[in-house]
Design a protein around this ligand. Sequence first.
Ligand SMILES: *Cc1c(COP(=O)(O)O)cnc(C)c1O
Length: 231
Amino acid sequence: MIHEQIQLVRRAIEVACASNDRDSSSVRVLAVSKTRSSAEIRLAHDSGLDNFGENYVQEAIRKIHELRDLRLTWHYIGGIQSNKTKDLARYFQWVHSIDRAKIASRLNDARAECRPNDPLNVCLQLNLEGETQKSGISADDVKDLLQHTRQLPHLRVRGFMIVPKVHSDSSLEQEGFRHAAALFRKYRGIGGDNWDTLSMGMSNDFATAVVEGATIVRLGTVLFGPRGSLR
Ligand SMILES: *Cc1c(COP(=O)(O)O)cnc(C)c1O
């Protein structure tokens, strides 16, 4: 079942890339595995996925332990509380959701202690339409946070993550992706050598996100089926 879904997703990514002259190998599928069991993740891995995204730290740590025999890359995509930065630095290879300088500094310090020779990959989370219920920074705040994060030696700044505002008019949603992509290009100079990631697009809009330049799509439902109640 997941095997077929992965094929469908890969084909949709190829079509979106072809329409935009992109190489489909430039798009990485991040399987969002929140609420899914370790057994489901194992099956997904057997079908060829190796990047997994989690939103809840304790749930993730349990699964990371249970699956440590596999070579998986773990991405944290949830909101960050400062008392969780040690765990994030220890267990994850990526954190997509940096939205304040204090969190970046704490992650840097924690990474220095647990993995001094292996910088943590991070993205800054954008919130371009001022949605107060979501985390993320406005376009005006990008420069300061990026400059701050760039000079932290134990973080490797890769790009932006965004969850655009949901609009009934899908062309407005496309605008959100386009705006993120424009900022991504604008800040390439400050972003530096590792600036290569635009994490955007979920189950219902990933093809549009790829057309607009996504390099990581974060997919839960389309791969694993509907989520039940939270955890
Ligand atoms: C849950 C989640 C996803 C996956 O959502 P689906 O609609 O199930 O694909 C992607 N990104 C973030 C930040 C999420 O929290």
